[in-house]
Design a protein around this ligand. Structure first.
Ligand code: NAI
Length: 247
């Protein structure tokens, strides 16, 4: 898939799925802006790795849950790169607890990063993508946003809301040539899932028809497809990538 000349912003790109997305988009020719809330100290290492693929790479530290920071980041991208073609809203957090025990802080933090952060970045890129009359936005939802999950009221609510936000964005911006889709991963092998107890992971694998957790590259390949012109006629869609778990 050809992404040469495209400028892609990936939120939460410092590790996990986001980092794989940065690498895979770069392999297909896109210049990459890696955003994360983490300090940029060791970012020079993965910036070099990405640049070695023959594209430009920059790191912008910003907390996307803060409206002004998200806007500042996107404005800086357009100022330095001249345009923004692809936005991957990947940054996300969990603060799991049962409903009865969930604190106001746990609820607010997750909604603030996963939902408000996604909205903030969409709002910030919209005016540029509308002006360009083109762009692709890919939002990271989750299968638990479709099916729910005990212990994740805040997370599953945020990921369900991301689906509503995706469909609304798709409808609002379709006439301007901008597409917006969501990905709903099942269990992917990352720090987020490595924290689960081994016994629970084995039980989960028994429930997954394809018998294993997905890889970060599996998700990144789907992002590349949705970001590229090969998916030109797809918008407002939610694609599960879960080994058949919720087939
Ligand atoms: P991760 O925890 O490894 O990486 C998330 C990244 O987002 C981190 O680098 C973190 O610093 C960054 N981040 C957190 N808050 C931020 C903020 N306010 N502003 C900017 N960056 C911020 O997570 P992972 O596993 O790579 O997940 C990536 C996305 O995929 C998340 O949205 C997650 O909810 C979603 N997902 C993951 C699944 C999995 O099995 N790992 C399954 C379904 C969805």
């Amino acid at each position: 898939m050809h992404l040469k000349g495209k400028i892609a912003v990936v939120t939460g790109g410092a590790r996990g799925i986001g980092n794989a997305i940065c690498h895979t988009l770069a392999e297909h020719g896109a210049d990459i802006i890696i955003n994360d809330v983490a300090d940029a100290d060791d970012s020079s290492i993965f910036i070099k790795e990405i640049e070695n693929k023959g594209v430009k790479a920059h790191y912008i530290k910003a907390d996307i849950s803060k409206t002004a920071e998200a806007k500042r980041m996107i404005d800086a991208v357009v100022e330095s790169m001249g345009q923004v073609d692809i936005l991957v809203n990947n940054a996300g957090i969990t603060r799991d607890n049962l409903i009865m025990r969930m604190s106001e802080e746990q609820w607010d933090q997750v909604i603030s990063v996963n939902l408000k952060g996604t909205f903030n970045c969409i709002q910030a890129v919209s005016r540029y993508m509308i002006r360009q009359r083109g762009g692709s936005i890919v939002n990271m939802s989750s299968v638990v946003g479709i099916a729910g999950n005990a212990g994740q009221a805040n997370y599953s609510a945020s990921k369900a809301a991301v689906i509503g936000l995706t469909k609304t964005t798709a409808r609002e911006l379709a006439g301007k040539g901008v597409r917006c889709n969501a990905i709903a991963p099942g269990f992917i092998d990352t720090d987020m899932t490595r924290r689960l107890p081994d016994e629970y992971k084995e039980k989960l694998k028994d429930m997954i028809p394809l018998g294993t957790f997905g890889t970060v590259e599996d998700v990144a390949n789907l992002v590349v497809f949705l970001a590229s012109d090969e998916s030109n006629y797809i918008t407002g869609e939610v694609i599960k990538i879960d080994g058949g778990l919720f087939a």
